[in-house]
Design a protein around this ligand. Sequence first.
Ligand SMILES: [Ca+2]
Ligand SMILES: [Ca+2]
Length: 397
Amino acid sequence: MVFRLNNRLLKNQGIALIFVLGTVAVISIIAIEMAQKVQMAKMMVVERRDSVKALELAKAAYRWSVFRLQMDNTLDGVPPIPGTNYGGKKDDQSEIQWTFPLVYPFPVTSILTPESGINTPEDPGADGTFSSTITDESSKINLNDVGSSTIQSGTRWSGTASVLVNLLASPRFSVFFSASANKNILDIPRAIDDWTDSDNQVNYVRGGDENAEYKVENANYKIKNGYLYTLDEIRMLAPMNDKLLEELKPFVTVYPFNAKLPRLSTQTIVPAGKININTAPVELIAALFSQTAIASNRGRLECAQNFAKARMISAFRSVKQGGTEPNFHTYLQKACGASAAEGAKSFIDDQVLGSLDVRSDVFRIEAIGMAGDIEKKIVAVVLRSGDKPKILYWKVY
Ligand SMILES: [Ca+2]
Ligand SMILES: [Ca+2]
């Protein structure tokens, strides 16, 4: 009997112990979970704080970049100083401060030693950092200016379209348009032309449905009939492919354009963007020259290379004949053997001349803010005009 009682007592005690242990385990799990939640909440607060900070820093970097561009504009108001690179409205890569990346905190040089008496902060980047770069979009071909207008005798291509065709005819792109590839260089401007104009008729044959080629893959496909908003959009053009797009990217842009004005193929194209001869890549300069004036690819490239050397010493101040020296026309006559004789073929077609400039108006700003482990990036494209820049594109990453 006693034994049986003891046995039951032991059993009860065992059950109690299991209860206690069970409770302890449950409490421990709750405690650990609570601690984890608190930790996570803390991390989220820090992350949110850093995220806000990083975005504000990126915005500050953007504002700084805009300020630099405006400052450059003000400096352009100073009259040109003859024989020097100073003053006057022009933009070139060697002179202008916006071509250098900007960072914050500003670099502290080693001359600030303890002996100098100036206190340098222990960790200047502790409160976050930013960096920004400005690149020139006016050094490129604006694809939204590529198009044709119907005139009585046929089709007239815009100057910008001619430059694109010349570029595509250069050796760099020959692989894409060989006879075996069964591709015609003109397919590209033709496709852009009908993509952006408001009608549904194929312009170069003056008839037929623009969508016909696209409907082969998708019966319901309708092309945009509006301006290109991004570069990647041109991948959707029927004659475009990934490799050609990558090869083209350094030379082309879609800015600026005015989405409010639909493009009518019956009207002559007035280019919304101008190519800056002081900053355009050498291959693009070569594509400006008329193929009838300099017949060989080699001749065009050599002339462009010489011009690129000349603009490094002194930025060009005007494009058309008779403009302020250094002048593009004078240079081409001297350096590229253009005949000065009456009736001689002009080096650059009039249409193309109308889409050239010596300064830049459109810039891409990449502004990055960093705080803690968080990085925020703003990519913006701005049109520098008047007092306030016009934002053409804005995206936060
Ligand atoms: Ca169209
Ligand atoms: Ca059309």
